[in-house]
Ligand binder design. Structure first.
Ligand SMILES: [Cu+2]
Length: 191
């Protein structure tokens, strides 16, 4: 009997905490607002210490703008760059991130291909100092719905993506991995 009473108290407290006030009514609260800015910090996989980077994604009227910056690469080298299915970089070689994010079941391509994986972002190319910077606006990336990249993985590969070979463009090992999260200030909160 005592246990039951305690449980009841806990549930009441939980209900109060999850609401926004005394008159909480789920019907007047929207689902999570759509994010407008996402970020992925890129971390080196096993054997790739010294490499680092980040990608910022911003929702714009004509698509998703992304800005990627990677350091510590070999000079003047080209590296496949994709969104992968899982935001899981736990494996030492980042295979835990799964294959390319491909919710439509399309063939692999490049960012400008008519048919492509949503995650097919092409390549990053480094300069003399091993730094790569890419800015592009993409029309297949999304921050909401079935094609949302939120919570997915970002992978930089050891080799170039040839944008043609199936299923992954022969881009080789994974040298950097990150998880797409909501950036600070990236959600218009209603509270
Ligand atoms: Cu990839």
């Amino acid at each position: 009997m005592q246990r039951k009473l305690l449980l009841g108290t806990t549930l009441t407290l939980a209900a109060a905490l999850t609401g926004c006030g005394d008159s909480y009514d789920a019907s007047t609260h929207h689902a999570a607002p759509a994010p407008t800015q996402l970020v992925a910090m890129l971390h080196p996989t096993d054997g790739n210490d010294g490499k680092s980077g980040y990608v910022i994604f911003r929702q714009e009227d004509n698509g998703v703008f992304l800005s990627a910056h990677v350091e510590g690469l070999p000079s003047n080298s080209t590296h496949g760059f994709h969104i992968h299915e899982y935001g899981d970089c736990s494996a030492p070689d980042a295979t835990s991130a799964g294959g390319h994010f491909n919710p439509t079941g399309a063939p692999h391509g490049g960012p400008d291909s008519g048919e492509r994986h949503v995650g097919d972002l092409g390549n990053l190319t480094s300069d003399n100092n091993g730094m790569a910077h890419l800015e592009m606006t993409d029309h297949k990336l999304s921050m909401t719905g079935a094609h949302s990249i939120l919570g997915r993985g970002v992978i930089v590969h050891a080799q170039p993506d040839d944008l043609v070979s199936q299923p992954v463009g022969e881009a080789g090992a994974r040298i950097l991995c990150g998880v797409v999260g909501i950036a600070q200030g990236g959600v218009n909160s209603s509270h």
